[in-house]
Design a protein. Structure first.
Length: 374
């Protein structure tokens, strides 16, 4: 498991048991057991109103201080969690209060990962490097080309897929050409027609170095993938309009949406699923919500019919059924009693998600070739 930390608001819950909030204030450190062990440092401080705040630093993953999502104490049991990752920690303080032994559990992981922490002193505290400077963004007006691109078949048995950056290069891991087309052109798999069978069976590792300095935004990433599809896979297609079964996001006249407007200066949109059925979205438009649902969750295209403008923060939390998240494998989610996605849309967002039929753009593949590896 690769342990990742996201910045969230820290909250202290104290039961008033024998171990006080003051007892856990200080610096704690330990190594998360994983395929690649990760050194973790917790900095817990008491603030003016008596609450505790906490920062978690993963030394071997950039050393960027991140705010812990929660800290709770019940007797000698200490817990914290990261809601955005559906990750939780539970440990037990030793009698002298100088160690806590426990484990991190993350949704989707095969098993908990041991994380035993000890209270650090000035003499024993680990040296924490300066966090790496955030990458400079690419000029938003740029239409980046490709300086170098490598394409290789994924090794047999590789599971999962993803897109991310390593330095100045864009890494696309374990993607089929169908995955790449749907991402690059913002379409659902049902909107791609006329392609050979290997478009969905063969999977590739693709590395792209843009010819323009800076980290590209989402639109520029899509342009880079489009160019790789054209140059290395010889993709050629034309568009048609066809009526398809779709899901539509609407705002009924009797409902007022419940989303919070994103503040000025918000970061780039974030629509990630820490677990199947949980979407803590930040700075997102309704069109981006529709694109996220059709890419990762639903079994047909999703269209935005709300006419709601602007960017919003919201959380959608539901119990997925067997038809959802199919591109990532059927989710193994215990029944939590949460509403289904249709009820969650109405109750949590003040919107409606409904199945209907509507005209949709279709990509009809005219030419596609397997690339030579390099």
């Amino acid at each position: 498991m690769r342990f990742r930390v996201f910045a969230l608001l820290a909250v202290l819950v104290w039961s008033g048991a024998s171990v006080s909030a003051q007892d856990v204030a200080g610096t704690w450190q330990g190594t998360l057991t994983a395929a690649n062990p990760i050194r973790i440092v917790l900095r817990i401080t008491r603030v003016a109103d008596g609450r505790l705040d906490g920062q978690l630093i993963a030394i071997d993953q950039g050393a960027q201080p991140r705010t812990m999502s929660a800290i709770s104490i019940d007797g000698r049991v200490v817990k914290w969690k990261v809601d955005a990752l559906s990750a939780t920690y539970e440990g037990t303080l030793t009698a002298d209060g100088n160690a806590m032994n426990g484990a991190v559990t993350q949704a989707g992981a095969a098993q908990p990962q041991v994380l035993n922490l000890v209270r650090a002193t000035p003499q024993t505290a680990w040296s924490i490097p300066e966090p790496a400077a955030p990458p400079k963004p690419m000029d938003q007006a740029a239409d980046p080309g490709i300086e170098v691109a490598t394409v290789k078949l994924s090794p047999p048995g590789v599971r999962g897929r993803g897109i991310g950056f390593r330095g100045a290069t864009l890494n696309i891991n374990n993607y089929s050409v169908l995955n790449a087309i749907t991402f690059a052109y913002d379409v659902h798999e049902r909107q791609v027609s006329g392609a050979p069978a290997w478009i969905s069976t063969d999977r590739f590792e693709i590395v792209i170095k843009p010819d323009t300095a800076g980290q590209p935004n989402a639109r520029q990433v899509r342009r880079l993938i489009q160019k790789v599809l054209t140059e290395r896979f010889q993709l050629a297609f034309h568009n048609e309009k066809r009526e398809l079964s779709v899901y539509a996001i609407t705002q009924p006249a009797d409902l007022q949406h419940k989303m919070t407007a994103a503040g000025p200066g918000s970061n780039l949109p974030t629509l990630r699923y820490p677990r199947a059925g949980l979407l803590p979205a930040r700075n997102a438009t309704m069109t981006e919500l529709a694109q996220s649902l059709q890419t990762a969750v639903l079994d047909r295209p999703v269209i935005n019919q709300t006419r709601i403008e602007g960017r919003f923060d919201f959380t959608l939390d539901w119990m997925p059924d067997e038809t959802q998240f199919a591109t990532f494998g059927t989710p193994n989610v215990p029944d939590t009693g949460k509403p289904n996605i249709y009820e969650a849309f109405r109750e949590q967002l003040g919107l409606r998600l409904e199945a209907t039929r509507a005209p949709a753009d279709i990509i009809v593949v005219d030419k596609l070739e397997k690339p030579s590896e390099n």
